[in-house]
Write a protein that binds this ligand. Structure first.
Ligand SMILES: [Zn+2]
Length: 167
């Protein structure tokens, strides 16, 4: 879901441009696949790109149960476009372990996304699900991690956080 497309719906009552994030070009109206559309109207309006990287303030988490804040960053949609997701260079030193990553908007006190990661990616680059709806304003975002399962002494290490927007 790294490309934002738009397509022109010609259905009375819904006529106009409608957009959707997808890996492939849409062939139907995002609001209702039964709507009539102009198939020649499809075009790209935005692409997901790396905006900046954040170094964690805490590198390792060895306790479970509670989220621990590993980084905080400010995100301004005016400069970085729609906040899409983060990628995480990280690992857990336990083949049977896994951990949860939460993106939390401190400004509005809402959880943006929660994802569970295991140590199965050979590159140890984990990608969160897409954030929806988009941030309306400049926001302070917390990156919180907790160990979800694994040996009591296992550690989660966060090396770098890569923030993706559509600007
Ligand atoms: Zn429509």
């Amino acid at each position: 879901m790294t490309t934002k497309w738009r397509i022109y719906c010609t259905q009375p009552g819904d006529e106009g441009w409608h957009s959707i994030w997808s890996d492939t070009a849409p062939t139907t109206c995002p609001n209702d696949p039964a709507h009539s559309v102009n198939p020649n109207s499809v075009n790209v309006v935005a692409v997901e790109r790396e905006q900046f990287r954040v170094s964690p303030s805490f590198a390792s988490i060895s306790k479970s149960n509670n989220f621990q804040r590993v980084a905080t960053f400010e995100y301004d949609p005016v400069f970085h476009g729609e906040l899409r997701r983060v990628k995480l260079i990280s690992n857990i030193d336990d083949v049977a372990g896994n951990y949860d990553l939460e993106l939390y908007n401190v400004s509005t006190r809402t959880t943006l996304s929660t994802n569970n990661f295991a140590n199965s990616n050979p590159d140890n680059i984990q990608t969160t699900s897409a954030i929806s709806p988009a941030l309306a304003n400049k926001s302070l975002i917390e990156v919180n991690v907790k160990k979800s399962a694994g040996h009591p002494k296992s550690q989660v290490s966060i090396f770098e956080i890569i923030v993706y927007g559509d600007r």
